[in-house]
Design a protein around this ligand. Structure first.
Ligand code: FMN
Length: 203
């Protein structure tokens, strides 16, 4: 299969050419080519409602200490709760959780109690080390305490130190690519590590 044509912006970088700057719409659509996992970020603050939102911009940024970065839009209810409480839960969605991701990613806690959405009924458990609820059935659950807050335009980077966690090796991750949901697919053997093929009927 051949690659599609490069956009003017990428072409200028690759070839050193003097192509015009990409249009705003083109730049916006390029971010969709980053495949990502989807985290459900759970949050809580004293005297406020518990909350959950979908967040594709969450990643592991250090092993020792174990640090996670989540980028949250400044106007979100989640932003308010994490800012006040200094803690958040990272729950990496499995492929069976698209209904939950949609429910928490397309509505705001400013407009009502999201945790009462039927998609979440019976699906949470109390955090062990943080007061935010955590989500069952995920690939990974990490309870985080905010170490650092990095303002970045319309978003804030919350760097969380993991204080408790659990991994579920039998769950299949949900993958987000070009605005669509995918179930993680086939295992591709690492080049050079394939098992040698035994000839049929051979010794
Ligand atoms: C698939 C998906 C991925 C998203 N990723 C992010 C993200 O990385 N960062 C962010 O701030 N919002 C992201 N959002 C949008 C928030 O989930 C959405 O604005 C939500 O309503 C915020 O809820 P809150 O106001 O209750 O915190 C995403 C939404 C979806 C559906």
């Amino acid at each position: 299969m051949s690659d599609g044509p490069l956009s003017p912006a990428v072409d200028a970088q690759v070839t050193g050419g003097s192509q015009p700057a990409p249009a705003a719409a083109e730049k916006l659509s390029m971010y969709k080519f980053f495949p990502s996992s989807i985290s459900v970020i759970t949050s809580w603050a004293e005297g406020q409602r518990e909350n959950a939102m979908a967040c594709e911009w969450t990643m592991n940024i250090s092993y020792q200490p174990f640090l996670i970065l989540s980028l949250i839009e400044t106007g979100d209810y989640t932003h308010q709760l994490i800012g006040e409480s200094g803690q958040f839960g990272v729950n990496i969605a499995s492929a069976d959780q698209t209904e939950i991701v949609n429910a928490v990613g397309r509505s705001s806690g400013w407009n009502g109690p999201k945790m009462e959405n039927p998609a979440l009924t019976g699906k949470t458990y109390p955090g062990r080390k943080i007061k935010a609820p955590m989500l069952r059935g995920c690939v990974l659950n990490l309870e985080c305490v905010v170490e650092k807050t990095i303002p970045m335009g319309d978003y804030t980077g919350f760097v969380g130190r993991v204080v408790a966690g659990r991994a579920n090796s039998s769950a299949t991750p949900l993958v987000y690519f070009q605005g669509k949901y995918f179930r993680m697919g086939d295992l591709i053997p690492k080049p050079g590590s394939e098992a040698p093929v035994t000839p049929a009927g051979g010794a």
